[in-house]
Write a protein that binds this ligand. Sequence first.
Ligand code: NAD
Ligand code: WQD
Length: 344
Amino acid sequence: MAILITGGAGYIGSHTTVELLEAGYEIVSVDNFINSHPEAITRIEEITNKSFTFYELDVLDAEALNNVFAAHRIDAVIHFAGLKAVGESVQLPLKYYHTNVLSTLCLCETMERHGVFKIVFSSSATVYGAPESVPIKEDASIGATNPYGRTKQMIEEILQDLALSDPRWSISILRYFNPVGAHQSGRIGENPNGIPNNLVPYISQVAIGKLKQLNVFGSDYPTIDGTGIRDYIHVVDLAKGHIKALERIMNHAGVDVYNLGTGKGLSVLEMITSFEDVTGRRIPYALTERRPGDIAVCYADASKANRELQWSAKKDIWEMCEDTWRWQLANPSGYSKEEWEQAN
Ligand code: NAD
Ligand code: WQD
């Protein structure tokens, strides 16, 4: 029996595939490389010294997806595939609703047709919008403030409806906080296209000299140093959370929602200082205006995952910075095309 991973070449999907292979799972992975690179698949096999089946396909392509389910005995699905850039989703909402919502419908319809009823879904702390209080629990009110976040909210509702409609469904909705870091091998990591939107990839590109300085968005928030506070979680901890969620859905029907975060908040300035300490490089920065749509403080109450999944984040801020830096130093252009062509 195999686990199907959608978006398996992406940042979180690639790290989760490594953990699953190392835990002995058989993997079938699909991705259309809209935001990733085939080299990630090669490197997963290299890190684990294990092989798995990969198909280049769009999850919106019902026929291609159907063929995968026909060719393999899929036991459960981890659904990472989707678009994730908040700013782009404001500019191109139809693209986001189409890709994220329709691909999930297509996937769930195909699963139902093939009698597969177990799914782990990548949701996001973004569904909480501006939280009323922190740490945020899973039963806090929901209210995403951008189209990307609303796709996650809609998909969560669709999955809740599915679970209500048929007791065979077993669903785990994981709300990630701020994933950062890379595999400790330095072979896989986050590979943003163009100028990064997120803090840690941006800092890391400043440290290596690709970008001149970091703009710190807002220094007048009601926080310890005026900058925004987030719950940064190491991507390998996050990946391990998926194994725990898989184990849970193997034995529990219905739907459960879990926050995956460390439960600790760090400010932008604290993140800069940590990165400087780990790398020995100075990160030039300027304090600038708040970024529209940003919130002051966001961190998880991850006790439900701890209690029900026996999961908690283990890696601290130092490991997050060290692993990001190892990946950045070894792959200054990410999985660059030239590198891929030379190797093949
Ligand atoms: P990513 O972009 O690195 O990975 C997503 C993968 O899905 C990419 O490889 C992309 O090529 C693929 N993909 C997109 N649309 C597809 C389609 N229609 N068919 C097939 N493949 C498709 O992103 P990530 O950071 O690994 O995020 C994985 C999931 O977790 C996403 O659903 C994202 O919304 C969610 N998430 C990410 C974060 C974060 O900060 N990274 C936080 C919360 C939630
Ligand atoms: C973190 C902090 C910024 C960049 C986003 C998505 C969320 C989820 C995770 C997918 C904030 C500050 C950032 C910069 C800065 N993704 N910052 N200068 O906004 O918490 O969450 O990624 O689901 O949906 O919204 O993460 O890394 O962009 O920002 O000062 O150049 O760093 O203001 O305080 P965010 P981020």
